[in-house]
Structures are given as structure tokens and as C-alpha cells.
Write a protein that binds this ligand. Structure first.
Ligand code: SF4
Ligand code: SF4
Ligand code: SF4
Length: 359
């Protein structure tokens, strides 16, 4: 296990020090926008008032892996940029890097043990009171009862593969940061920051992990689908807006298959289908879209919860994809975003594994 250091700095001091020591020339993080115009993942340079950075603020207006992918897809930044990412965002970024939709050169990945985010459905930020209770749950290493459903059952809430990992659970967000440096890049930053002393003990989180596992089992039980009728019931109110795929960090295709010529229908196609059934629910292919999406990206679903958050009719999309994704990932013995060097199953699958999926 990596050593954990008490940095003696809060998050704002830490960000400032990284700029002052020329470790970074830019920063990606959740930030209070100028004139208090809301909170958004933003790219910041030296000179910004870093007191307005809020990397631990418990909302996810968008999965930040999408922003980092757009920033780095064509070419790497010319000088180092640090990006704060929650563990599920970090895993999504690793998946995107595997399929050449992002580059990690000159990026410093900073993540932290995550206590989850609040649903952002109506675009409202958590109230002061809600935030106080959330901070308290971090200190006590407990699950807040109003965060996203998938966060309550998220057992991968600790960062893997970050250059700098921050431990806040059991400590709180306003304390001095407890840092660990797992990678070569991270270790060189540790040296530049002069963090050599004050090694500390990690917090006890066994109970939290076991509560999260129990919640996950509960969530899977509630989303179990055993036949087509049950599946149709879950997606019965789907209005086919596709918002769930637009916000998904893993649904990266520039030209979605469901917009291809294959799905351009002519009147005779409708007539043929109508002849078979007498009723044709429109638009066509609603359920096929979800099944197609699951089969395309289920092995890489990082269960971030964005798709449920944006669904206008409250379908538990991410709960369904977390459960379905985990089944697919289990067949291939694959953990999305865990290891950059592990190839994606859909690139390396063997025919016998597909038979297991059919079963
Ligand atoms: S799913 Fe929720 S708890 Fe898990 S890492 Fe993402 S935001 Fe944090
Ligand atoms: S399917 Fe939903 S939960 Fe899974 S990665 Fe995409 S947006 Fe996140
Ligand atoms: S966001 Fe909801 S309504 Fe829109 S396509 Fe996805 S499941 Fe259907």
C-alpha cells in the first residue's frame, strides 16, 4: 500500500503550490464560475482565484472525462495540466484513452475517495444544510442518504491509477490533505512539493465498503430483469430522446450507429411491420436502441450515474446499465478503467466468451 502523507495544506493551498512550483500550467476542476453564475468543470490558468475551485463539491454536471477527452483527443497539452476527476470519471478517461479518444501525456491525474454526488436532475445545487450533512457523512465515513442511487452502491469509490490520490473520507474536505502518490509522475511531484515527512495512517473504511456492497446488491435485486416483458415495462415511458447516450462518457461514437442508414426507414418498411402487428409504436427501435447501446459499451460502463440524471422520465438507466454492465464485465473478467494496459474485451474477445454471454 502507498504511504499517505499529511500535506499540511488544504486543497486551495495545494493547487496554488502546484502553480508556484511550476509543476502545472493549467488545471481542470469543478469551479464556481465568475459572478457566482453556477458551478462547472472548468479549465483554469495561473491568476485564477483558486479559492473558487471546488473539486470535492458533490455534483457532476457532466462526466469530466468527456471534457478531458475533448481537450486531449487530437494532441497532448504542450505543458502539464492537472485534472481533478472523481474515480468513475478517472475510469471513464482510462477507457477513452484505450480507444484513442484521450491522451494522458502531460496530464496529472488527481483523484480522491469519493462520497458520491447529488442528483442534478432539476439543475439545482445542494442547499447549505444538505452540504453540511454531506460533509458530516464524509467525516464519519458513512453513506449520505440523498446522493445518487448508483453512488450509494458504488464500491469503486477509491481512485485507482491516479498520479495523486487524496483521502478525504474519515477526515473531511476542509482539513489538510492526506495525499498518496502511486505513479512515477506522482512520486516526482511529491519530491517537488517537498512532502517527505508526516506519514499518517489511512482512515478505517471497512464498514463503508461493506455498506456500499450491500446497497449494490439491493440495487441489482431491484433492477433484475428476467424476461422481455419486464424490460419493456422498465423502458415503457422512454421518449427516445437519447439524452442518456449524449451524456455517457463511454458512448463516444461521432456517428451513432442508430443514426446510420440502417435505421432510415421508408413508408414500405413501416407498412411491412404494420402488416405483422396491426399496431406500431413510434418512434421505432426504442428498446433496440438501449439493447444496442448496452451491447456496444456495457463492458466499459463505469456506473457514473449521468444517464439516470438526465433522463426526463426518471427511468433508472444507470442502475440498469450498472447491473447489465457488470454481468458483461464478469463474463470477460474485465474491470473498466482499472488498468490502462488491459485491452478492452470487445477488441480481444474469444468466441467461447460470447456463448457464455448467450447463456
Ligand atoms: S459513482 Fe458516485 S460514488 Fe462512485 S466514484 Fe462516481 S460519483 Fe463517486
Ligand atoms: S451508461 Fe450511464 S452509468 Fe454507464 S458510463 Fe454511461 S452514463 Fe455512466
Ligand atoms: S434519457 Fe430516458 S427517455 Fe431519453 S432515451 Fe434515455 S431512457 Fe429514454
Amino acid at each position: 500500500m502507498e504511504k499517505i502523507y499529511d500535506s499540511q495544506m488544504n486543497v486551495h493551498d495545494f493547487i496554488k503550490a502546484m502553480f508556484e512550483k511550476n509543476i502545472v500550467s493549467g488545471l481542470g476542476a469543478l469551479t464556481q464560475l465568475p459572478d457566482n453564475k453556477g458551478i462547472s468543470y472548468s479549465l483554469l490558468s495561473d491568476g485564477f482565484d483558486f479559492q473558487k475551485c471546488m473539486p470535492f463539491y458533490p455534483v457532476m454536471p457532466a462526466n469530466a472525462a468527456i471534457a478531458v477527452s475533448k481537450l486531449t483527443r487530437e494532441t497532448s497539452p504542450s505543458s502539464p495540466i492537472a485534472v481533478f476527476l472523481r474515480p468513475c470519471e478517472l475510469r471513464a478517461l482510462i477507457e477513452l484513452t484505450k480507444i484513442k479518444q484521450a491522451r494522458l501525456d502531460n496530464l496529472i491525474l488527481i483523484s480522491f475517495d469519493c462520497s458520491g454526488v447529488f442528483p442534478f436532475k432539476d439543475g439545482k445545487y445542494p442547499t447549505e444544510d444538505t452540504l453540511k450533512r454531506y460533509d458530516q457523512s464524509i467525516k464519519e465515513a458513512k453513506i449520505n442518504d440523498t446522493i445518487r442511487q448508483v453512488c450509494k452502491g458504488c464500491e469503486n469509490y477509491q481512485p485507482e491509477g491516479a498520479d495523486i490520490a487524496i483521502s478525504i473520507i474519515g477526515r473531511g474536505v476542509h482539513e489538510s490533505l492526506a495525499l498518496s502518490f502511486a505513479t512515477e509522475k506522482g512520486k516526482s511531484i511529491q519530491e517537488k512539493m517537498g512532502l517527505t515527512a508526516s506519514e499518517i495512517q489511512p482512515s478505517t473504511i471497512e464498514q463503508l465498503t461493506s455498506d456500499k456492497k450491500r446497497n449494490k446488491q439491493e440495487l441489482f435485486k431491484n433492477t433484475q430483469i428476467s424476461n422481455l416483458d419486464e424490460l419493456l415495462d422498465v423502458f415503457d415511458t422512454c421518449i427516445a430522446c437519447r439524452a442518456c447516450s449524449y451524456v455517457c462518457p463511454i458512448c463516444y461514437c461521432k456517428n451513432c450507429y442508430f443514426d446510420s442508414q440502417t435505421f432510415q426507414y421508408y413508408p414500405e418498411n413501416y407498412a411491412q411491420r404494420l402488416n405483422k402487428k396491426n399496431t406500431l409504436r413510434l418512434p421505432l427501435d426504442r428498446i433496440f436502441f438501449h439493447m444496442g447501446r448496452l451491447s456496444h459499451m456495457g463492458s466499459s460502463c463505469v456506473a457514473c450515474g449521468m444517464c439516470s440524471d438526465v433522463c426526463p422520465v426518471d427511468i433508472p438507466v444507470s442502475e440498469m446499465f450498472k447491473a447489465g454492465g457488470q454481468n458483461i464485465q464478469g463474463v470477460f473478467n474485465y474491470q473498466p478503467g482499472q488498468n490502462l494496459d488491459e485491452p478492452m474485451p470487445l477488441v480481444t474477445y474469444q468466441e467461447k466468451e460470447l456463448h457464455e454471454m448467450e447463456d
